[in-house]
Design a protein around this ligand. Structure first.
Ligand SMILES: Cc1cc2nc3c(=O)[nH]c(=O)nc-3n(C[C@H](O)[C@H](O)[C@H](O)COP(=O)(O)OP(=O)(O)OC[C@H]3O[C@@H](n4cnc5c(N)ncnc54)[C@H](O)[C@@H]3O)c2cc1C
Length: 407
């Protein structure tokens, strides 16, 4: 059984009540028998017999892809997800397939837990076309046709969130264009939306693009707990509906996090008060009075745990919500890293526009990686900023270029 998240999370900072009474998912596995049955359908699969030539989504391969690509594995994990509260239907996550219907059904019945399963609809494959997103401006307006904006799957992405966020940006920028105002372009250090659009427009994509956290270089800044802090001021500046009320909440949250941080910097604990808690959490005991802030910086120590050990802290935290406490904790625990990343953003923004010579011979710099030499020669970026975003050009390669340019 796979129960839902505890505590329950939300997608946004709205006042929607938290979900209660969640329905669990379940896990099961394929086995050799399942794989053997699926293989009998391979010659009829449009993906295998060459009828479809597109590239499958790398990160959610079909079950036949998994059997073929990871042939050393004798089982694959499946999530059985209920489709709703009022139905017996379940979605078999991890079993997407374009094999013939009878083969799918026979294979399903060999999976533990699904011996008696009925199949409402078979899995199927889809193929779609897209316009290379390198033909867009960062505002998502097409270079070729003024006032035509593209968003979503048409730009080579796959996924609900990828489509949703581009729709928001294209809509916003279409409205700004009508008002004859500058477009809104989110930076890579401001939002995952900024990373996604910058990747698409500057690098293009050869396969269905998904937004992964790993594509962002400033992951410590792009956090879920600070999404409202990062983006609400922008919404307010643009005059988006409801932004004023949201901004008030953001201010209250910032204020609360500052108050909590100030308590931690000022309050001290004695060895008698804190040592039992520390030893229970594999943390060395203290021999003298120490600021709470110092204790919090230690690994395995968090505010919630400290509060259970220190009644005074527990009482101080009573008026603060979990979100406030989480923000305060992250700000304090990761302060050094957050600061370092802000400095990196600033450094990169200074170097962003540094121009590269067009006819530069990258092959003459032996300390660049082979891949970087090849990609730089092929793409001929105009600036260091563009060079740094070419896939295959690592931060180390960018440093080599900077040294070469006397920076
Ligand atoms: C079976 C399946 C399962 C998926 N599962 C997931 C998943 O689990 N998670 C996930 O994140 N993503 C999933 N995706 C991908 C995700 O659904 C899409 O990437 C996303 O919905 C694309 O949104 P979009 O707005 O760009 O395009 P669409 O949702 O395709 O919207 C385009 C709209 O334009 C309309 N249209 C087309 N031509 C015209 C015309 N000439 N005039 C007027 N209207 C027109 C179409 O009818 C359609 O309504 C799945 C996709 C499929 C097919």
């Amino acid at each position: 059984m796979q129960p839902g998240d505890e505590p329950v999370g939300k997608f946004s900072y709205t006042d929607t009540p938290l979900l209660t009474n969640q329905i669990p998912c379940h896990i099961t596995y394929t086995n050799d028998k399942v794989h053997d049955i699926l293989r009998t359908g391979f010659d009829k699969s449009p993906m295998f017999n060459g009828r479809i030539q597109g590239l499958g989504p790398r990160y959610c391969p079909s079950i036949e892809d998994k059997i073929e690509r990871f042939s050393d594995k004798d089982s694959h994990q499946l999530f059985i997800e209920p489709e709703g509260r009022d139905t017996v239907e379940v979605y078999i996550n991890g079993f997407s397939s374009s094999l013939p219907e009878d083969v799918q059904f026979k294979a399903l019945r060999q999976i533990p837990g699904l011996e008696q399963v009925k199949m409402f609809r078979p899995g199927y494959a889809i193929e779609y076309d897209y316009f290379p997103p390198t033909q867009l401006k960062l505002s998502l307006e097409t270079h070729l046709v003024k006032n035509l904006f593209f968003a979503g799957q048409i730009n080579g992405t796959t996924g609900y969130e990828e489509a949703g966020c581009q729709g928001l940006m294209a809509g916003l920028n279409a409205a700004l264009a009508v008002r004859e105002e500058d477009p809104l372009i989110l930076k890579r250090s401001e939002a995952y939306i900024g990373v996604l659009i910058d990747d698409l427009v500057n690098k293009g994509t050869q396969e269905p693009y998904r937004m992964f956290t790993s594509r962002a270089e400033y992951r410590i800044l792009l956090r879920q707990d600070n999404a409202d802090l990062r983006l609400t001021p922008i919404a307010q500046r643009l005059g988006m509906r409801g932004a004023d009320a949201r901004m008030e909440k953001v201010q209250a949250k910032k204020q609360a996090a500052a108050e909590i941080a100030s308590f931690f910097r000022n309050a001290s604990v004695t060895p008698e008060q804190i040592n039992p808690y520390l030893s229970a959490h594999d943390s060395a005991p203290t021999i003298q009075k120490v600021k709470l802030h110092q204790i919090l910086l230690r690994p395995h120590i968090d505010i919630e745990g400290l509060a259970t050990a220190l009644p005074e802290l527990q009482q101080f935290l009573t008026p603060y919500t979990r979100e406030y406490i989480e923000l305060a904790e992250i700000n304090m625990k990761y302060e050094g890293y957050i600061q370092k990343e802000h400095e990196m953003v600033e450094k990169m923004s200074r170097l962003e526009e540094l121009r590269l010579q067009e006819d530069f011979d990258y092959n003459s710099i032996s300390s660049l990686s082979l891949e970087a030499r090849d990609k730089l020669t092929r793409h001929r970026p105009h600036t260091i900023g563009q060079a740094s975003r070419i896939s295959g050009v690592s931060p180390a390669d960018v440093s080599v270029l900077l040294i070469h340019m006397g920076r």
